[in-house]
Design a protein around this ligand. Structure first.
Ligand code: ARG
Length: 257
């Protein structure tokens, strides 16, 4: 082997090692980064009461925030919240802008390809909201051919889009769909049961149908392969469930009716 070949070989070897290291560090670094920065960054979309919304002071509050506070406390660091479009959350996670997603996010097959999920922390469903005096729509079957509003990129969007002949209206915020429903621009909104309950309670001219369209579970999303961080989150969720803290958070934020 001449010298040039040897040198080229060494350079190649170093490159391969560096690329390998880079691939590993992505999965190992979250815990270190959290410890080094003394903070953990939650990504959410604060348009989803009672899980995340802006309170009187303009701060992001809700069930997911309370849960995330417990996770941060267990890590011994400060919780920082990044509020963005729901659609942007998984990309923000994978680009490293945020450390985890807590956004009433349903575990789905598709999302599992781009993120890992914690143990489930809430049972949810998609429901239908119509104008209170609507006699036409009484269940999912009546949605055929109707104008349906959803928050873009949600499971409600996916589910409603499957219905035959529907005209889809996709909004950045669920509340914008609610406004369009009140104005008669659309026939129904398909959205998660808890926010639906909040919106209907605030709008006497709307009602929620009894039959749910789906059965879903919310969980916290982390980057794929981020296993140490995921274990820590799962331990926090199990801890608060066992300690009664989960029930306290539930009682504080979830509508009792
Ligand atoms: N559960 C639904 C989903 O995962 C909707 C979640 C919307 N969350 C929010 N913070 N806007 O697609």
């Amino acid at each position: 082997m001449n010298n040039v070949m040897k040198k080229t070989g060494i350079v190649l070897l170093v490159l391969v090692l560096l690329v390998g290291l880079g691939a590993c560090s992505r999965t190992v670094n979250t815990m270190e980064r959290i410890a080094d920065n003394d903070r953990v960054i939650m990504g959410t979309n604060a348009e989803f009461p009672p899980f995340e919304y802006r309170d009187e002071t303009g701060a992001v509050a809700g069930f997911d925030v309370a849960l995330a506070e417990e996770i941060a406390a267990d890590l011994g660091v400060e919780l920082v919240i990044e509020d963005m479009d729901f659609n942007a959350l998984i990309a923000a996670l994978n680009s490293g802008k945020i450390d985890f997603v807590a956004a009433g996010m349903t575990v789905t097959e598709d999302r599992l390809e781009n993120a890992d999920f914690s143990v489930a922390y809430f049972d949810a469903s998609q429901v239908i909201i119509v104008q209170a005096d609507n006699t036409d729509i009484n269940g999912a079957d009546d949605l055929v051919g109707k104008r349906i509003g959803v928050q873009e990129g949600t499971t409600g969007d996916l589910e409603a889009s499957e219905i035959e002949g529907v005209e889809m209206f996709r909004y950045r915020k669920g509340i914008d769909g609610i406004m369009d429903l009140k104005n008669g621009n659309i026939d129904a909104v398909v959205i998660d049961g808890q926010p639906a309950g909040v919106f209907v309670q605030l709008n006497a001219d709307l009602r929620m149908l009894d039959d749910a369209l789906t059965v879903e579970e919310y969980a916290i999303a982390v980057r794929k392969g981020d296993s140490a961080f995921l274990s820590s989150i799962n331990a926090s969720i199990e801890r608060i469930k066992a300690s009664g803290r989960y029930q306290e958070i539930y009682d504080e934020y979830i509508e009792q009716d």
